[in-house]
Design a protein around this ligand. Structure first.
Ligand code: ADE
Length: 227
């Protein structure tokens, strides 16, 4: 998978080189390029934004800069992901769908977002027939300073689903037994007693059928309590 991310703060996305994702890049499973949006500006001040038509607070990112940036990497199979709190909620299902794709472009907006004509342009039939799709995505109902952290969240959730990225892929097949990825039973390790609290007896029984049943009931209880 190829990933291109555009931002005015490239250093913000530097952690994408670390840990499992760093290893996945060394193994050639995923290739991540982080681009400085300002390198697609054409004025001396490297301007990326301007005041909104119609008035109002904040600044809007310029369509020409984003158009040049996206065109520089666009392919026939690209998915353009625009991070915005007004987007479609990002879920495990969405992560699974993106994990099957070959080229993801992340557009990290700042300020009041990106001129909407960028979305309209790449949603036109010309691009649709080339297999190019635009997705406005939100990682949750809160407002971040920009799309950078949201991009990191998405890249981590998507890439860990790709074959060869996780050290122990069986944790993936266990997750896939539940519908949304967040129904998880509580876990315990050594010692069997800690600060006066014992590990549930059933987990020491060796009875795998009963353990599976117990875990399922615990996962449901937890989901009811927390969700
Ligand atoms: N940019 C600002 N807030 C965001 C959010 N919640 N999700 C995605 N992108 C954002």
């Amino acid at each position: 998978m190829k990933i291109d991310a555009f931002t005015i703060f490239p250093d913000y996305l530097a952690p994408l080189k670390l840990s499992l994702l760093g290893k996945a890049q060394e193994k050639g499973i995923v290739d991540i390029s982080i681009h400085d949006l300002r390198s697609f500006t054409s004025d001396n001040h490297n301007t990326v934004d301007d005041t909104p038509y119609g008035g109002g607070a904040g600044m809007v990112m310029l369509p020409e800069v984003w158009g040049k940036a996206i065109d520089s990497v666009l392919r026939d199979d690209s998915d353009i992901i625009v991070l915005t709190p007004a987007g479609v909620p990002f879920t495990q299902r969405v992560a699974e769908e993106f994990s099957q794709r070959s080229h993801l472009i992340f557009a990290c907006g700042r300020y009041e977002g990106i001129d909407d004509r960028v979305r309209q342009h790449y949603e036109s039939d010309e691009y649709k027939t080339r297999g190019i799709r635009v997705h406005e995505i939100s990682i949750g109902d809160y407002v971040l300073g920009g799309g950078e952290v949201a991009t990191m969240v998405m890249v981590e959730a998507i890439t860990r689903l790709m074959p060869g990225v996780l050290g122990n892929p069986s944790s993936l097949s266990e997750e896939s037994h539940n519908d949304e990825g967040w129904v998880e039973y509580p876990n315990f390790t050594k010692p069997a007693q800690w600060r006066g609290i014992s590990v549930p007896e059933i987990l020491l029984s060796g009875n795998h059928g009963e353990i599976a049943k117990w875990r399922e009931s615990q996962a449901i209880l937890r989901a009811k309590k927390n969700r």
